[in-house]
Design a protein around this ligand. Structure first.
Ligand SMILES: NC(=O)c1ccc[n+]([C@@H]2O[C@H](COP(=O)([O-])OP(=O)(O)OC[C@H]3O[C@@H](n4cnc5c(N)ncnc54)[C@H](OP(=O)(O)O)[C@@H]3O)[C@@H](O)[C@H]2O)c1
Length: 246
């Protein structure tokens, strides 16, 4: 699918992978809605970067874990641009807990991570699906993680939430076919603020990876756009991890 003039919503589009995806989508001619929940100045700066390069973008605040806010955001987008063609379900959070500390994985932690990482992605897909269906065309990319494949991550509930994202991707791909394609990009370590305070740990990993490099946000953004464009693919998990899990 050509991304030119398509209306693309990127959740958490102001920072890291979301910002890189917003910029790459704009470079490929899409109109970009940069969603944020707290990082307003990052979202506005992303919009600024796109508009200064001759692209079209707006920032819209919504907490993706709140269905009402997601539906209101979708209404705002449709008021401005008539439809939504593309969704990058990128927004996620984590809480760092040692994997073996089961008591620290409290009900609150589970609920918070699942509300944003899993239900948030579902709410966004559900809100935009009717507009994609009306046009008989649409594409969704969810951000998974190798934590969801290996079981190892910043915390046990985070790893399980990403495994759920992979499951959500397959179920949505079935539920929304044939009009809407749904795929997941599954990154390994990516150099973003996600690692802030633990940069050394991230850098120590690099020499042990087959490709001896940590992925950049731009690496992931390029694959996100490719998955959105590829008309013969749905329900797939595409791992981009410098060979970490091969
Ligand atoms: N970096 C890595 O090593 C890595 C590895 C595997 C997978 N990933 C995945 O990549 C994605 C992007 O992460 P990143 O590395 O780019 O880190 P990041 O810069 O912290 O991005 C997370 C984004 O999610 C947004 N967000 C969080 N809660 C939200 C909510 N309730 N509503 C709306 N937006 C919300 C944040 O915006 P606000 O600040 O405005 O809330 C932020 O823009 C995530 O899905 C993450 O799980 C990252």
């Amino acid at each position: 699918m050509e991304l030119q003039n398509k209306v693309a919503l990127v959740t958490g589009g102001g920072t890291g992978i979301g910002r890189a995806a917003s910029l790459e989508l704009a470079k490929r001619g899409a109109i970009v809605i940069v969603n944020y929940s707290r990082s307003q100045s990052d979202a506005e700066e992303t919009v600024q970067l796109i508009n200064s390069e001759g692209g079209r973008a707006i920032a819209v605040q919504a907490n993706v874990s709140c269905d009402e806010e997601v539906r209101a955001m979708t209404r705002t987008i449709v008021q401005h641009f008539d439809t939504v063609d593309l969704l990058v379900n990128n927004a996620s959070i984590t809480i760092h807990i040692p994997m073996d500390d089961l008591e620290a994985a409290t009900e609150e932690v589970w609920d918070e991570l699942f509300a944003v990482n899993v239900k948030g992605m579902f709410y966004c897909a559900r809100a935009v699906a009717p507009f994609m269906r009306k046009n008989r065309k649409g594409a969704i990319v969810n951000l998974g993680s190798i934590a969801g494949q290996t079981g190892l991550g910043s915390s046990l509930p985070y790893a399980v939430s990403k495994a759920a994202v992979h499951g959500l991707t397959k179920s949505l791909a079935r539920a929304l076919a044939p009009d809407i394609r749904v795929n997941a990009i599954v990154p390994g370590a990516v150099a973003t603020r996600w690692w802030s305070g633990r940069e050394e740990q991230m850098n120590r990993l690099a020499p042990h990876l087959p490709l001896q490099r940590i992925s950049t946000s731009e690496d992931i953004a390029a694959m996100i756009c490719t998955a959105l464009e590829q008309e013969a693919m749905t329900g797939q998990m595409i791992t981009v991890d410098s060979g970490q899990t091969m």
